[in-house]
Design a protein around this ligand. Structure first.
Ligand code: PMT
Length: 401
């Protein structure tokens, strides 16, 4: 989901970088707009570094700068290319401008131009918040369909306790997801997703693994959860936090992943295997660290069980989706795996391309279906790829209802 984060000028702006990180952890792509006053509290450089995107600060930037002209018309492009506008913290001044259609800077102009849902999280002094003019603006915004995350009672910057403190960042993030929640079209499903690599131990300190970060599988689990599915995520070791609301099952080796998948897949109506499973493991695992003796060492590998094929053989009415990480003859190999593993859909992943496959935030895939359809997705964030895979599952199910 693409979120446009508007930051306005009050002390709570120092919390904006943390809010940005929380949204990113939930899979959001963030673009930031800052008012002039916001820049007194937090710098555009911080937000540019964290968001990895240009930060918009002025309506009419320096025309001599290389991107000057582009930025001048960007409020319209940005307004139309995002999924949600979140303004946090929102000052009394910004609330007043939004409520009354005043467009005198980049953020307020963008607000008027956008048609996407808007969430504002006000923060200010308690007396200001209580002021009838501010309360009238808040009511006006609510009547225009703007979602208000009310400030909280608490210790304010001026040293008194009162209502005006920016709502807890988790509360703001939850509201963003509630407001932008996609259709609950997996409400009656249990979706089982596998993600990440598997690790095969050679001895107590060494193991065989691969470059999977888990990002693709975690985005799939999050997307399924957001769309209403009860979601099980079986994952090899990664550095990622499991998405909220997902039942998380950690595994390490292929054998452990197999055991958990076979145990849990009877509960699932949809199984998606994004994990990069080790095809081989050492024939034996040494009990002690193997010592070097100057001679070449031969490591004998034996094949691991093919979990997906095993599930495919007993899938019954379940929809089974596999991935294929390939570096050559991608579609041909994908078609072969689709048949061999009794799959309904196969996501063919050319992992040799820049911006695709292992550890990248984007992916480039072609979705192949058992009934001969083929959908190519050009480079896009893994979160979007995940939603498109879910869309194709629904379309497949509809064709075979
Ligand atoms: O995790 P990321 O860094 O985001 O990277 C994403 C990804 C590249 C790992 C992902 O997009 C991907 O392509 N996953 C599948 C990787 C893989 O193992 O491909 P494969 O062609 O070797 O396996 C085909 C399918 O069989 C996969 O669904 C795999 O989970 C499954 N399999 C493979 C071997 C095995 N022993 N058991 C299996 O179940």
């Amino acid at each position: 989901m693409k979120v446009l984060l508007g930051i306005t000028g009050c002390i709570a702006a120092y919390k904006a970088p943390e809010l940005l990180r929380l949204l990113q952890k939930r899979g959001c792509e963030i673009h930031v707009v800052m008012t002039e006053n916001a820049q007194n509290f937090v710098t555009p450089a911080t937000l540019a570094a964290l968001s990895r995107n240009h930060v918009y600060t002025a309506m009419f930037p320096d025309p001599d700068s290389p991107s000057g002209l582009d930025v001048a018309i960007d409020h319209i492009r940005l307004a139309h290319s995002t999924d949600l506008l979140l303004v946090a913290p929102a000052t009394a001044n910004t609330l007043a401008k939004f409520a009354n259609g005043i467009a005198d800077d980049f953020l307020s102009t963008l607000y008027l131009a956008t048609k996407v849902p808007v969430v504002v999280a006000p923060a200010m002094n308690a007396d200001m918040w209580r002021h009838p003019a501010v309360q009238a603006n808040v009511r006006q915004l609510a009547s225009l369909g703007v979602n208000i995350v009310e400030p909280e009672e608490g210790y304010l910057a001026e040293g008194i306790i009162g209502k005006g403190r920016l709502a807890a960042l988790e509360t703001i993030v939850e509201r963003v997801f509630q407001v932008a929640a996609p259709a609950q079209d997996f409400l009656n499903d249990t979706v089982l997703v596998t993600a990440g690599p598997t690790c095969e131990d050679i001895d107590p300190v060494r193991f065989l693994t691969n470059r999977s970060s888990g990002k693709m599988g975690y985005q799939l689990a999050q997307a399924a959860r957001l769309r209403g599915a009860r979601t099980l995520l079986i994952s090899g070791p990664t550095r990622l936090d499991p998405p909220a609301g997902v039942e998380f099952i950690a595994v390490r080796s292929t054998e452990q992943m197999r055991e958990k998948v076979l145990q849990r897949f009877p509960e699932a109506s949809v199984v998606i295997k994004a994990a990069a499973v080790a095809d081989f493991k050492p024939k034996t695992t040494a009990g002690q660290k193997i010592k070097k003796d100057g001679k070449p060492m031969v490591l004998q590998l034996v094949p691991n069980p093919d979990i997906l094929k095993e599930v495919g053989a007993k899938k019954q009415g379940r929809i089974l989706v596999g991935f294929a990480a390939e570096t050559e003859s991608v579609l041909l190999n994908g078609q072969r795996k689709l048949k061999e593993k009794f799959l309904d859909l196969l996501v063919a992943n050319d992992v040799s391309q820049a911006g695709a496959g292992f550890d990248s935030d984007t992916n480039i895939v072609t979705i192949l279906t058992r009934d001969g359809q083929q959908f190519r997705l050009d480079k896009r964030p893994k979160a979007e790829v995940a939603h498109e895979i879910l869309n194709q599952i629904l379309a497949f199910r509809k064709r075979h209802a």
